[in-house]
Design a protein around this ligand. Structure first.
Ligand code: GLA
Length: 401
């Protein structure tokens, strides 16, 4: 964990130094928000389901200070680019073309709508969350910005409302109907913990993992297949779930929420008539059940069982939900053959991005060598591999000196 702390502190120092170089004076504070992994519970959040996310030691940092005028001036280190908006003319300011600027524009517009800014700001964005890889670089940017705005304006907006603003940035300005998984994990995570989140009522529980789990860790392999949620199959999946739910509600008055749906309801009402919709919701129903089983496996230290559940999730996303791709399937298949690997699955929105593996720490080096060789063989290149630590959620780091 000290490695994570080092990279966290380095990122904050870099953001503060870059802020000073760019704006010519010191920042007041740095807001940080992490990316996330999700053990199990994929494509369940927008149907009020269950998930087991945790924040990882990759962050977006926003260094900030107030200005005397009504301008918000933003510099992004990763994009080597600037953006500027006048708070007094927000409504007349069009949505920018560039994707990173849309997030900034969205967060500013929504915060202005719900809380209001006292003055303009200087903002500098830095970060080490790989972009567009399914580990929530977007949510970490939204949450770092929104936490910075809340802090500097001394707003009393709650954490819950803040994550909903983050979600709206994506829904309204990026035009993607994402759920709350990423923002929830980025805001509410605790160091070393996995959360069980219930999206039906937005409640959470920090899972007490058994000491058996201490010998294990999480590794991510980046397929290098770039995923973009915007205008993608993600939206189609959300629509398919909604359509299936409406059909089921019409057929059975007792079904009022997705969580009321059972496998036999699906068999009775959808299997023959709407086989695709049947498969989509079968994934959701089984995934919710798997999430609860995974929670027990974590608490009881049943690593093998957890690995099996993780593999099942992959196959369900591959075959029922059809959110995988051939590269992810191959990486998963190769990875789980290694003796140190308890299980693996594609993670996040899918259609590209990363594969998550649960591995035994004693076999880490051998797993890394094995995957490097295998990926070189199958993809003719080394694929980035990250070993992850589970960290705390969004924070404000004040700059004292
Ligand atoms: C993306 C979305 C989340 C969630 C996952 C799939 O990360 O932003 O809301 O739907 O995909 O579980």
């Amino acid at each position: 964990m000290s490695e994570s702390l080092d990279s966290y502190q380095t990122l904050i120092t870099d953001a503060r130094d870059a802020f000073k170089r760019h704006f010519g004076k010191k920042c007041d504070a740095v807001a940080t928000a992490p990316g996330r992994i999700n053990l199990i519970g994929e494509h369940t959040d927008y149907t009020g389901g269950l998930a087991l996310p945790a924040a990882i030691d990759r962050w977006t940092a926003v260094a900030f200070s107030q200005r005397e005028d009504s301008l918000i001036k933003v510099h992004s280190i990763n994009m080597s680019d600037d953006y500027e908006i006048d708070l007094s003319r927000i409504k007349a300011t069009p949505l920018p073309e560039k994707e990173w600027q849309k997030y900034v524009y969205g967060a500013i517009s929504l915060f202005q709508r719900d809380c209001g800014f006292q003055t303009g700001l200087n903002l500098l964005i830095a970060g080490n969350v790989p972009l567009g890889r399914g580990i929530s670089s977007s949510a970490s940017l939204e949450m770092a910005l929104l936490n910075a705005f809340r802090d500097i304006n001394m707003s009393d907006i709650s954490d819950r409302e803040l994550i909903e603003l983050g979600q709206q940035v994506e829904n309204i300005y990026l035009n993607v109907p994402t759920g709350l998984l990423d923002q929830f994990a980025s805001q509410f995570s605790r160091e070393g913990f996995i959360q069980l989140v219930d999206f039906r009522n937005l409640s959470n529980e920090y899972v007490q993992t058994h000491h058996n789990m201490e010998n294990h860790e999480w590794a991510l392999i980046d397929s290098q297949v770039k995923r973009s949620l915007a205008g993608s199959d993600y939206e189609t999946r959300v629509k398919e779930c909604r359509e299936s739910f409406s059909l089921l509600k019409e057929k059975d008055q007792n079904i009022k929420h997705y969580r009321d749906i059972t496998e036999s309801d699906l068999q009775k009402h959808l299997k023959d008539e709407k086989p695709i919709l049947y498969r989509r919701l079968l994934h959701v129903v089984k995934e919710n059940a798997r999430t609860l089983e995974a929670q027990v496996a974590l608490q009881e230290g049943e690593v093998e069982k957890l690995g099996e559940l993780i593999n099942e999730t992959h196959h369900s996303l591959q075959k029922l939900f059809e959110a995988s791709c051939k590269e992810l399937d191959l990486i998963q298949k190769i990875g789980i053959k290694h003796p140190a690997c308890a299980g693996g699955r594609m993670m996040g929105g899918g259609f590209g991005g990363c594969v998550l593996f649960l591995i035994n720490k004693n076999g880490r080096d051998s797993f890394i060598d094995y995957m490097e060789n295998e990926c070189q063989h199958h993809f003719s290149q080394k694929l980035p591999l990250m070993i992850l630590n589970l960290v705390w959620g969004a924070r404000i780091e004040t700059c004292k000196d």
